[in-house]
Design a protein around this ligand. Sequence first.
Ligand SMILES: N[C@@H](CCC[C@H](N)C(=O)O)C(=O)O
Length: 284
Amino acid sequence: MSRTFLKMNGLGNDFVVIESLTQPFDPSPEQIRQIAKRGQGGIGCDQVVAIDPPKAPGASAYVRFWNADGEEAGACGNATRCVAWLLMRSGGKDAVAFDTSAGRLSGVMAGDKRVTVDMGEPRLAWEQIPLAEEMDTARVELQVGPIDAPWVHTPVCVSMGNPHVVFFVDAPVSDEFAEKTGSLVEHHPLFPEGVNVGFAHVVSRDHIKLKVWERGAGLTAACGTGACAAQVAAVRRGLTDRVATVEFESGPLVIEWRQADGHVIMTGPVALEFTGKLPEGIAA
Ligand SMILES: N[C@@H](CCC[C@H](N)C(=O)O)C(=O)O
């Protein structure tokens, strides 16, 4: 039976979203890679997202995320806004909660195709990132760079349900620098589960410019959990206040690391591009 999908994006970070509420979706890594492939019969996306039936009371769904390389990821911030918007739209509500492998997330409408999500508390202990050895995650002993470019060092590590390392840089980095350095850091032995790599330039106490090399997907137009991690990292280092705009070249997200309960709150846009049917050969 062929399966319907929705193509969505958050600031250009794009997803194939599959509603598996009535028809189970259990893809192999190879099927995910085929769906994510740009051209050559694939749909093309950074992540594939499945919206399964809820497993616990109070949730509208259980949501899973896979990177373009076929591996499952614990969290995806931009897709979280997209899924929250879809569930609110189909349920005729302006608030929703759903579960993921990293915990419960919730969202509210914040305007036309604009959603605020509660991404929960960041995890900051070295075992929670995880790192391969005990270290202060606010000042990680790591210095890295390609042979022909300046090195970056002493990053902050944050888990938003997925692992992030954030390097603070004096000026926004080029795509070429992020690709070369990000791919080196993603597979560094300090990160046994790999890592998403952010390069954050703090413009002012409420403004960060960010580029993210994503684990399993490479350089993406934006990374929601990367934006949350960059703001948490900047607050930990005393560089920003609790609320900041985190700006990608594709647009801004507003991130608050809320003092009251320690939760990270993200507001940003969602876009529905088109709907389609997965080709029979790659429908799981
Ligand atoms: N694009 C995402 C993050 C997707 C998962 C990440 N690449 C990982 O492997 O943890 C976002 O918007 O957060």
